[in-house]
Design a protein around this ligand. Structure first.
Ligand SMILES: Cc1ncc(C[n+]2csc(CCOP(=O)(O)OP(=O)(O)O)c2C)c(N)n1
Ligand code: SF4
Ligand SMILES: [Mg+2]
Length: 314
């Protein structure tokens, strides 16, 4: 497993991502992208769905990318990267390219859970060798915090605002990691910006597979979640401690839970730190909604425990 020195050395040798992007200071996305790209030793080609990552890293005439990079539409990052990977295989067969190249697609939750799901499912089923990384910040952040199917129950979003008749988002989030697991691809994982070594190890596993792989990374957006920017990784860490965002992987069909909190925190203690849930506590506490959120977490955790071998790596 690459340690921090190896990752730093790789970045010294070739900065793959980073110059002059306009992502907010304190955004979780650059942590995802740098960790992913620095964890891959081979040359990389990237496809990037529209979202904060794409918009804020390609302000014409500048780019923050120093690898071959394709901007795709919102809905087709997986289709694009599968086409690039197919072209590479065809050219390799003809002897026109040699050497190993890895193919990575990045998409936000809007571009992955919702609008790009069909393209993702198709590419996974076709068996292309690529890694799809979803940076999940739980809403359509770039266009103004609209709810997505990754937005948790009770969160405020501009398209599902809390008010007299509403407590924010009315439905639980979709479990995309498990939907992808249903494709029975070689490698699927859930990771978080708060546990970068775990993410780095998962990327190494993912790109070693000869078929498709998928990593769903929790990536805090302090603007949409409404907390101070300096708490970005801490909020992500507490999501893991609350068991809201379990760290696990499915490697060649073997389910492994990578971290079991010794003393899990109640989800209300995590929600309380974020302005997007403040209406659940004021003026009076919405006990029924908080109980529903906790019950869903408990259910998901039990389900995961029943499937997984406990194999701590963090
Ligand atoms: C087909 C289409 N619909 C809508 C848009 C406008 N749009 C651009 S980015 C974005 C939000 C992306 O959300 P997400 O994928 O979660 O990424 P984030 O902005 O949170 O990084 C939207 C709606 C678009 N570019 N294309
Ligand atoms: S709005 Fe959120 S996701 Fe977008 S760049 Fe800012 S912190 Fe990052
Ligand atoms: Mg998003």
């Amino acid at each position: 497993m690459a340690n921090i020195k190896t990752l730093a050395k790789r970045e010294e040798e070739q900065v793959r991502f980073g110059w002059g992007h306009a992502l907010c200071a304190g955004c979780g996305i650059p942590i995802v992208v740098r960790t992913v790209l620095n964890s891959i030793k081979e040359p990389v080609v990237v496809a990037n769905a529209t979202g904060c990552l794409e918009v804020a890293t390609t302000l014409y005439p500048y780019t923050a990318w120093n690898v071959p990079w394709v901007h795709t539409a919102f809905e087709n990052a997986a289709a694009t990267i599968s086409g690039v990977e197919t072209a590479y295989r065809a050219l390799k067969k003809k002897g026109k390219v040699d050497g190993e190249i890895r193919f990575v697609a990045f998409g936000g939750d809007g571009g992955t859970y919702d609008i790009g799901l069909q393209a993702l499912s198709g590419a996974l089923e076709r068996g292309h060798r690529f890694l799809y990384v979803c940076y999940d910040n739980e809403a359509y952040m770039n266009t103004g915090i609209q709810r997505s199917s990754a937005t948790p129950l009770g969160a405020a979003a501009t398209t599902e605002p809390p008010g007299k008749e509403s407590f924010g988002k009315h439905r639980h989030r979709k479990d995309l990691t498990q939907i992808v697991a249903g494709h029975h691809i070689p490698y699927v994982a859930q990771a978080s910006i708060s546990h970068w070594q775990d993410l780095s190890r998962k990327v190494e596993r993912a790109v070693s597979k000869e078929g498709p792989s998928f990593i769903n990374v929790m990536s805090t957006c302090f603007r949409g979640w409404r907390h101070e920017a300096k708490f970005t990784t801490e909020i992500a860490r507490l999501a893991v401690e609350a068991r809201f965002w379990p760290l696990y992987e499915i490697d060649e069909g073997e389910w492994r839970l990578n971290y079991v909190p010794e003393e899990p925190i109640a989800v209300r203690d995590w929600l309380k730190l974020q302005g997007r849930f403040s209406h659940l506590f004021r003026p009076e506490e919405k006990k029924d909604v908080l109980a529903q959120i906790q019950a869903e977490i408990d259910r998901g955790w039990e389900e995961l425990l029943a499937r997984c071998k406990v194999a701590p790596t963090v």
